[in-house]
Every structure is written in C-alpha cells, then in structure tokens.
Design a protein around this ligand. Structure first.
Ligand code: HEC
Length: 102
C-alpha cells in the first residue's frame, strides 16, 4: 500500500528526476548494502557514522544522477559486483537520508 502511494506521488510530481530514477528502489535493501559495505571506511576518515561525507559543505555529489554515478564508481572500485538494481537501491537510500534531491 505504501509503495502504491509513493508511486502515485511520483507520478503527480513535476520535478521528476530523482523520483523517476528511484521510483522502484528498495530503500531498506539499499540501507543494508550501505551499512555492510560503505560506512566503515567513511567513518574512519570522517568519524561518527561517516555520514558527514555526504553532508560536508563541499560534498561532491550535486544531483541524483551524479549520486548514482558515484555509487557505481565505488561499486566498481571496491569490486563489490552489485547489480544495477542494487546501485539504485543504495543511491535512493542515500538520497532519502542525506542528499534530498527531487
Ligand atoms: C575504502 C574507503 C571507502 C569505501 C569502502 C567507500 N567509500 Fe565512498 N568515499 C570514500 C572517500 C575517500 C570519499 C571522498 C572522495 C573525495 O572527496 O573525492 C568518498 C565519497 C563518497 C561519496 C561522495 C560524497 C560527496 O562528496 O557527496 C559517496 C556518495 C560515496 N562515497 C558512496 C560510497 C558507497 C555507496 C560506498 C559503498 C559501495 C562507498 N562509498 C564505499 C571512501 C570510501
């Protein structure tokens, strides 16, 4: 039911870039992937839970498509072998939690 509401909201939004990209993303799956594979390294440079890397003043990622590109680059660099769907789940979670692109 929640998913249906989300889809309807997305369809009626005018600013659809991120909504389109992330419409089918599974946020819980994305969160689990990030927690497992990504946080410890960010946390070792930035402290805490590492999330400051996303919210720091001069953060690199400035759009939802750049976010997907960055997640994809990390996936490739780290040789995690995530599927595209998993990259989108992870990016959608980061967007919802930190970046808030529309
Ligand atoms: C081995 C360490 C390491 C791991 C593991 C790692 N990252 Fe990163 N990540 C970094 C560093 C260092 C930067 C900052 C790069 C810079 O400032 O140019 C970064 C930057 C980022 C950014 C951009 C933040 C911004 O400035 O907006 C995102 C998004 C990101 N990482 C996502 C991920 C994801 C998703 C994963 C897991 C697949 C991951 N990272 C795993 C080290 C890591």
């Amino acid at each position: 039911m929640n998913k249906l509401v989300l889809v309807v909201c997305c369809l009626t939004s005018f600013d659809v870039a991120a909504n389109d990209l992330f419409a089918k993303a599974d946020l819980d799956a994305g969160k689990a992937l990030i927690e497992k594979n990504c946080i410890s390294c960010h946390a070792s440079s930035y402290g805490g839970d590492g999330s400051e890397i996303y919210t720091r003043a001069f953060h690199k990622v400035e759009s939802s498509s750049a976010l997907v590109t960055q997640v994809r680059a990390c996936n490739t660099n780290l040789d995690l072998k995530w599927f595209e769907e998993e990259e989108l789940n992870a990016a959608a979670y980061l967007n919802k939690q930190f970046y808030h692109f529309e």
